[in-house]
Design a protein around this ligand. Sequence first.
Ligand code: MG
Length: 386
Amino acid sequence: MKCAVIVVGAGRGTRHGGDIPKQYQCLAGQPVFRRTLLGFLNHTQINSVIAVIASEDAPLFAKASEELNVRTVFGGATRTASVRAGLQALSGDAPDLVLIHDAARPMVSQDLVSRLIAAATKTNGAAPGLNISDALKRLGEDGAPEDDVARDGLVQVQTPQVFPFGLLVAAYGQVREDEAFSDDLAVARAAGMDCTLVEGDPDNFKITHSGDLHRAERLLSGQSSTFCVTGTGYDVHKIITGSQMMLCGVPIKGDLALLGHSDADAALHALTDAMLGSIGAGDIGDHFPPSDPQWRGVDSTVFLAKAKTLLGQHNARLLHVDLTIICERPKIKPHRDAMRERLAGLLGLELHRISVKATTTEGLGFTGRGEGLAVMATVSVEISEH
Ligand code: MG
């Protein structure tokens, strides 16, 4: 059975405070939207994920969804129009079930998704519902509480809401262009579809008001396990006569060069290996075999970018980089700031998280004789497991 998810995040509300829409605010180190997407991408029953976003948020979304396998469509003026855009995008490769979810509900659990999928296969749709435990009052014109509202027969409805794809598309076919519904259960009901509720999850709340982000952060700190690992890398290249040497992606002009298959940037090679080491992803030679002619003379930032992508795919976040360059010549100190700045740009790290050091070996060994240059790299990486 094929299941697709439409994550609706085209709203631009900033009710919770802050100057960017709530779904792009940072929650425990990641944008809310990214956490929501990961909740589905990590679920074994989900085959594809589409995000519906506001066109003006495209740069924010690109950053939030970096390295994630998600399609994007632009939403409309209302939630109903946005879901319709998502359904249209899916129609070329129609799933059996479609789940519609709010981007601002990042705490959706695997268990809830599984229960909803199971329920939706037996009915025309399913949504999570929560009983109301607090007293309900109607407000007077002055905002003061007045009459009681009976809780019996009332329920709070969350997302994801799950439907057979063909039935929901048909239901949307009956909705006028200018009609707007509060959710998809309402669209389904208007089309006469019988849907069911499963028990919702109080933690699956929508980030709406200021304080919701803090509540989500408290929950995440209790349930996620985050730990730090270290990766190390080491590389050597032969020093030859030349006009330029690449180190840390910075050209150093002079009478020396490094010999190698690529641009021979030993610093980027050691750093790439350290990053690969932190996630147990082999070494640079596994990903870029020196026997492959396509890597001849290549800019070594390509290797670094690959390691960065792999870290993202492993829920790993680079925290700190420490490099030691071992050589008699060239002098590293005049280039150190340029190297740190270049690495900061390549890795998306702040400058104070990057250290470049240099040392000699007091004239001893191959580095001491100026035959070669060596680089040691150490990276600290945070890995999150949910
Ligand atoms: Mg190398």
